[in-house]
Design a protein around this ligand. Structure first.
Ligand code: NDP
Ligand code: 8X3
Length: 249
């Protein structure tokens, strides 16, 4: 019987790469997201190995109802990849946008917690499972103008550590992946659709790809049962931390 991975934010970037990687590794995948067209395209591409589930992770009631509505044959989730998330804006903290702050906090922290609350009780009951949270190098230390986004990813680090402690009496494993610069739709979203500004983020450096992060997720998921990959910091070769990036001309 194939294992089941649930991947949030499966419609773009790292999440979409994880869908591909987990299916290639022999899993069936529950792909969750808000973009119905994209989810249907994934369904067309991966067929019986993919189950699309449409909801916004910020809507707690719908998220809970969606997970509860899974057909019996899709209900035993082996791996939860908590990936849905975003940055909005790159402003001084004292000039930041309240709505952007709320959206980041509601998605990156509260959405991730909702999914954990919905899925992990089943893992504990079955005494098996794996939660892979997508944090960020941004959670290690704040960088200029990153303030609230960095704080949400620092929260993901604490929430992940807390979960690891709280399931340590079980076989459930908990992993935090902390990517650096990954070229996805992330910067277009951060800069509210300013493609030129987004492209500049990746100028003069070879950034990571979604597939690089999916590789790390697969490595953690496929580690022997007694091995818990607690944390991985994955950076482009010319990035040293959240604020040190050496670019070529
Ligand atoms: P993308 O913008 O390419 O993908 C983000 C995904 O999250 C999309 O599928 C998006 O769906 C989904 N999403 C956002 N908000 C919600 C929501 N409220 N409910 C459901 N789905 C939602 O960016 P990335 O792939 O780069 O980002 C994935 C994760 O990786 C994020 O948590 C991000 O913080 C983290 N990360 C990214 C890095 C980078 O440099 N790119 C580095 C470190 C961490 P939709 O299209 O509908 O908005
Ligand atoms: C995404 C990486 O450095 O843009 O979390 O914050 S960074």
């Amino acid at each position: 019987m194939k294992k089941i991975a649930m991947i949030t934010g499966a419609t773009s970037g790292i999440g979409e790469a994880c869908v591909r990687a987990f299916i290639t590794a022999g899993y069936r995948v529950i792909a969750t997201g808000r973009n119905i067209v994209k989810l249907n395209a994934l369904k067309d591409k991966f067929g019986v190995d993919l189950f699309p589930l449409i909801f916004d992770v910020r809507d707690r009631e719908i998220a809970e109802a969606s997970v509860a509505s899974l057909p019996e044959e899709w209900s035993r989730i082996d791996v939860l990849v908590n990936n849905a998330g975003l940055a909005l804006g790159l402003d001084r903290e004292y000039e930041g946008d309240y709505n952007d702050w709320d959206t980041m906090i509601d998605t990156n922290i509260k959405g991730l917690l909702t999914m954990t609350r919905c899925v992990v009780p089943g893992m504990v009951e079955r005494n098996c499972g794996h939660v892979i949270n997508i944090g960020s190098v941004a959670g290690d230390a704040a960088y200029a103008n990153g303030n609230v986004y960095c704080a949400t990813k620092a929260a993901v680090k604490s929430i992940t550590d807390g979960l690891r402690i709280d399931v340590a009496h079980t076989e459930v494993r908990v992993t935090l992946l902390k990517p650096g610069l990954v070229e996805t739709n992330f910067s277009n979203v951060r800069f509210h659709g300013d493609d030129e500004r987004a492209a500049n983020v990746y100028k003069g450096i070879t950034p990571l790809t979604g597939a690089d992060i999916a590789d790390a997720a697969i490595y953690a998921a496929q580690a022997p049962k007694h091995v818990q990959i607690a944390e991985m910091l994955i950076l482009a070769t010319h990035q040293a931390n959240g604020s040190t990036i050496v670019r070529s001309n």
